[in-house]
Each structure stands twice: as C-alpha cells, then as structure tokens.
Design a protein around this ligand. Structure first.
Ligand code: F6P
Length: 546
C-alpha cells in the first residue's frame, strides 16, 4: 500500500476496508455472495460492463464513490463540461464533448454550434470526394486517402478506421503515415498512384516535426510525379487549429478544416481529425460514432458515481494503483478490428495521466497511471498471457467482446467468445494445487510426475478483470466505448489530482532532437553535441554511414 499525504475520512475508510478485502481471493468473494454477478454488472442500453471479477465488493464501490466525492471528482467533471479552463498549465478548456453535442445540451452552446458549422464543411468535402465531384489534378477520381499525422492526429482515426472495416466503402482505400522513419512514407507511396491520391495533413499545431517532414516529402513526390506545383491544391487538405501555418505550407484555406485549442490532440478524433474516418466509411457512420460518444457523455454527467461506467473504470484503476500497487493495465479486445485500440489507449491514458506532479506542482503521493498494453485475443493468449496467469506481476485487464460478429464466420466467433470468457474465468479463479494434483491423479499420472509438475501447473487466480460486452461493434457502440475511456481518464486524473490534459513530458526529446539533427546533416562539421554519449553515437553513426 502506498502512502497518501491527504489523510481524510473517505481515504481512511478505504484503507481500513482494504485491510479486510485486499487479501481475499475472488473465489471467496463469489462464494460469499450468491448475487455477486447480478450486483456487479452495469448495463447501459445494451453495453454490458461486468466487474464481478474486480477485487471489490459493493461496499468497496460505495467507499470509492465517497472518496471520489471527497476529492471533488463530480465538481471537476462539471467544470470540464462547463468549459472552465481545467487544463490549467495551458489555460485551456477541455471540450471535445462539444464536438459531438449537436444542440449544445451538455456543453457551451456557442462552441457546439461552431463545431457543427465546421462539421457541415467536412460533410461537404466528404460528399465531393465520395461523389467524384472532387477530381485530382489530371481529372481522375480519388481512390486512396493518406492521413499524415502522429499521436492524436493518427492513433484515433487509425484505430477507428480499422475498427469499422465492415463499414468501409470499397472504392476508397485508407492509409496512415505517422513515423518520421522514411520507410513508412516510402513504402506507402510505392503502392499509390499520385493521380488518384489525396493527402490529409492532420496536425493540431502544424508544427510537429514528423508530420511536416512526411507532408513535405509527400508534396515533393506528388509534384515530381504530376509535374506541376498547382497539383497540390487538388491533392492536399489540412486539418489544424493553426490555419496560418497551413497557409504557409501551401494548402489552400478552402481545403482546410479547422478545430480549436479546446480540443486536446488525443481527444480529437471527433473533430476534423476524423475526416479519414468519414471518408473511409460515410458521414452517417461518423455521425453514429459521435452519437454513441454523446450518449456516454450524457451517462457520465447523469449517472450516480456508483453506477457510472467511466467513474467505476477510474475508481477501480485508482484502487489497484493506490492500494495493491499494480503497475500495469491490459487492454484485451477479442476483436481483430480493435487491434489498434491498445495503442490508442496507450497515448490516451499514459500521455494524460503519466504524471508525477499534481495540479499545483507538488509531487503526487502514490503511483499514477499504470503501463497500458495489449493485443487482440486470441493472439495475446499465445504471447504474454503466460505472465498474466502465472507471472509475479498482477495485471488487471479489460476484455472487450461483441456477442455477434460482423462477418459471416460465426463458428469462429463462437470460439472467440468461448476463449474470452475462459480467460476471464481462468484469471479470476485459477487452479489450486489440490485441483491440479487431483486432475493428474485422475489422468493416471505417476506420483513422481505429479510431485514434479504440481507447482508448475498451478494457477493462483485472483487476477482481476472487467468485461465489456455489446451486441456488435458498430459505430455507435464504438463511440460509446471510446468516450467511456476518455471520461475514465479525466475522472482518474481528478482522483490523482494531476492535469490530464497537458503533455510536457514529450517536449525534452523533441528539443534535443532538433539540436542533434544538424550534426547528422550531410555537410555537418565538427560535432557540437555536448553530452559525451550522444556525441559518440553521432560519431559512430557518421562512421557507419560511410
Ligand atoms: O506527442 C505529443 C503531441 O503533442 C500529442 O499530444 C499530439 O497528439 C501529437 O503530438 C501530435 O500533435 P499535432 O497534432 O499538433 O501534430
């Protein structure tokens, strides 16, 4: 258990409760309450969240909710929805919810209206491209769309586009280029016809080194192929808050969709940054995604903390970090189309709450955001699940699964479901040594072999999980899920007292890279890097590059 520097009645009650509940096995918790599953399932209009395998009881939930109230989590949420500058290190509001709030019911009406007006511009652009009214420089229709962006300007749209594969338009292929590693752009361009390709330069700041490098190289490729700078106007659009920088890059303001500084990069897929989603599917699909997120916004605002999905997600994560010392969190979608969800949540969670000081600059007392990782099931089962079941680290996980597939191979889907349910059960209940021995005896194994293998084949269990289940992964459901995680992050940040909406931790590396790059230029002179290891690495790289 980590210490808190804010002893309080709610915290003290939880600490005492932990002494009683912490050591108890999930087997005991199930045995002690015949109605446990019923009590620990939240059903929000068909989105089922089963937390019966979390190491909590209804009493824990009550105490956690009391702590959240004591720490002003509801007041923080309300201030966020009201548009107060809760991102205090940058003096900004956090209002991505306004992007999916068509009537301004939950967020400031003028901002929601402004967002709708820009959405209408986006719809026009989407319609022109889908209908073929938009033509490339040589008169060809657009068949390939390349989103050039990184972090929040890549991970969200890339994740959603893949998740909604069954909704794709067959006539349009989507590509995402993010890495400054030229292999990413080069290998993508090799598969494209410039006459039919549209580049979306997605960058909130329009200053991000990787994105600008990729955009400049793509621009050069296009001009070289089509022989005229004028081609840029027909093959480049930009999504940004920095319309001046977009103009300076040479993209027509008419081909620019804007958004605002009250939209954080990692929460921006609902803004113009979602253009690649609407192009890959349809504007209706994008609207459904936003409607799902709006439904979750309403839920987080209206539901009491004890039955509030994002609040429960936040509280369980806090409980594990604060009292159990669990340092990682697994995201395990049993859905191949959600393959990018773990990467998306890595940014959303770790860039938001991977913080060591609180809002007032003082150090936090305990641990904050866990290390988030994951892979789709069943692939992960054949990779890292060994550690989940029998390793020395306990890793709470989220399972996500649709009851129904969106492909015709139902036998596969039934196997997928069976595996998902089996893993949650195995993690929670394990196999005791007695059970293992009895099984081996029943199988007629020699007693020497039983002795040798019993410990190896024992599963401790008591490894917590939550399971999200829904009918199918359509756009509305996906929107609800993403928004649930977004709100979890905000509420968890409020519990820890950190600012979830800045990301100063990514700055130092960017600054250093800018200083190092000139030493690697073809005409560079004496190495200027002061750090001896960096200087030696530059010298070695120069020598290796010949
Ligand atoms: O990694 C830092 C970061 O600022 C992220 O927060 C952001 O999503 C990403 O870079 C890309 O930024 P931009 O959209 O301004 O290019």
């Amino acid at each position: 258990m980590t210490a808190t520097d804010r002893p309080s009645p709610a915290y003290a009650a939880l600490a005492a409760h932990f002494e009683a509940i912490g050591p108890r096995h999930l087997r005991d918790l199930f045995a002690a309450d015949a109605r446990r599953v019923e009590r620990c399932v939240l059903d929000i209009d068909g989105l089922r969240y089963d937390y019966s395998r979390q190491r909590v009881t209804p009493e824990t939930v009550k105490l956690l909710a009391a702590l959240a109230r004591e720490r002003g989590v509801e007041a923080f949420r309300d201030a966020m929805f009201a548009g107060e500058p809760v991102n205090l290190t940058e003096g900004r509001a956090v209002l991505h919810m306004a992007l999916r709030d068509p009537n301004g019911a939950l967020t400031p009406k003028p901002l929601a209206a402004e967002a709708q007006a820009e959405r209408a511009r986006m719809a026009t652009l989407v319609e022109r491209i889908h209908s073929g009214a938009w033509r490339g420089f040589t008169g060809q229709r657009i068949t390939d769309v390349v989103n050039i962006g990184i972090g929040g300007s890549d991970l969200g749209p890339a994740m959603v586009v893949e998740a909604l594969t069954p909704d794709h338009r067959p006539s349009l292929r989507s590509w995402f280029v993010s890495n400054v590693d030229g292999a990413h752009l080069h290998q993508t361009l090799a598969q494209l016809n410039p006459e039919r390709t549209l580049f979306i330069v997605a960058s909130k700041s329009f200053t991000t080194q990787e994105t600008l490098q990729n955009a400049h190289s793509a621009r050069r490729w296009l001009i070289e192929a089509l022989g005229d700078e004028a081609a840029v106007a027909k093959h480049f659009v930009a999504l940004s808050t920095n319309t001046e920088a977009v103009k300076a890059f040479g993209i027509d303001p008419a081909n620019t969709l804007r958004f605002w500084d009250w939209v954080g990069g990692r929460f921006s897929l609902w803004s113009a940054i979602g253009l690649s989603i609407a192009l890959a599917t349809s504007m209706q699909t994008f609207d459904a995604l936003c409607a799902g997120a709006h439904a979750m916004d309403r839920h987080v605002v209206e539901a009491p903390l004890e039955a509030n999905l994002p609040a429960l997600m936040a509280l369980f994560g806090w409980w594990y970090a604060e009292f159990f010392g669990f340092a990682a969190h697994g995201v395990l979608p049993y859905d191949q189309n959600l393959a990018r969800l773990p990467a998306y949540l890595q940014q959303a969670e770790m860039e938001s709450n991977g913080k060591r000081v609180r809002r007032d600059g003082r150090p936090v007392a305990g641990a904050t955001c866990p290390i988030v990782f994951g892979e789709p099931g069943t692939n992960g089962q054949h990779a890292f699940y060994q550690l989940l079941h029998q390793g020395t680290h306990v890793v709470p996980v989220d399972f996500l699964v649709a009851a129904e597939a969106r492909h015709p191979l139902d036998a596969h889907h039934r196997l997928l479901l069976a595996n998902c349910f089996a893993q949650a059960e195995a993690l929670a209940l394990g196999r005791t040594e007695d059970e293992v021995r009895a099984q081996m005896e029943a199988a007629g194994m020699a007693s020497a072999d039983i002795e040798r293998l019993a410990a190896h084949r024992t599963f401790p269990g008591n490894r917590p999980s939550a399971t999200f289940m829904y009918r199918r992964l359509d756009a509305f459901t996906l929107g609800r899920l993403i928004a649930a995680y977004e709100h979890k992050i905000a509420l968890q940040g409020a519990l820890w007292g950190v600012n979830s909406f800045d990301q100063w931790g990514v700055e130092l590396g960017k600054v250093l890279a800018r200083g190092i790059a000139p030493d690697l230029a073809p005409d560079a002179g004496a190495i200027t890097a002061a750090d001896p290891a960096t200087a030696a690495a530059i010298a070695a790289a120069r020598a290796l590059r010949g």
